[in-house]
Design a protein around this ligand. Sequence first.
Ligand SMILES: [Zn+2]
Length: 301
Amino acid sequence: MLYRIFIPLMLRLFAGPALAVEDPADSTIALSGRVPSTITRSFAMRNYERIWKAVAPEAALDRRAITVVYYSRLDQRKQSVRLPEWGGGGAVGRDLIVIPIDRSPLPDVTLPQVTVHELTHIALERAYGRLHVPRWFHEGLAMTLSGQLSFDEQLSLSRAVFTRKLLPLDSIEMVNRFDVHEAELAYSESHLAVAWMIDRYGLDGIPELLRALRSCGSFDAALKQEYGLTDAELDRLVRNYIVERYRGVFFFSDAYLFWFLGALLAILAFIAVKIRNDKRKRLMEEQECAEDETADGKGTA
Ligand SMILES: [Zn+2]
């Protein structure tokens, strides 16, 4: 009986991923350059549709062409866009995405996730045009919808909580000028800020806020209208949310701390062994003295 389960299971395991069925009639997304084997046009399209429903559920899907170019460091000069050294990809305007395939993206994410991340930027631009959406909101939403979460993110947040170095959300506007560590923290905080919004107001709260932004013209006014918050209150609530979640994590996740605890244990073990050896030596010396006294006693008898 077992073979009925076992053989199909083995076939599935060794057959690799099911071949995606591309729809030749749909030309919304074109993949070009050194396209990774993990990414297909139908994967990108499926995610673009999912993102669109999340950010602009009431609007018809914008089917104008989007080109995704995957390139290697070797052909970087051919790209018209310059990404920060830590950049995993870039969305250019509303129609073009460029993704280097041989850089380690920030934070530690896969190329399919980078693709979905950049598609989120494109969808937001297309659905809401030239609205002033803060950078932290753009990045946080792109990270949330692409499912990016890494050990590095937890580490950089817990370190920032421990050292009281969390960034104000509006400072993230300049993220392209940050070094790799600051950028890592900026992206992680942006992610958590949007996660907090979704926790509190649901996923529907996102398009509601964006629609309010379209009618008010400013993010601060939209925030007040939809969530009843000023940007300072939002900053404080997000900060508390991050501190609550990551306060204790530092002690369990930081490699340096493990080294420190390891070294401390080694020193304590060394002291314990030394005390034991000294005690043993003293006992032996006392024993030897006692034996000598007995021997001397015999000699005088
Ligand atoms: Zn981004």
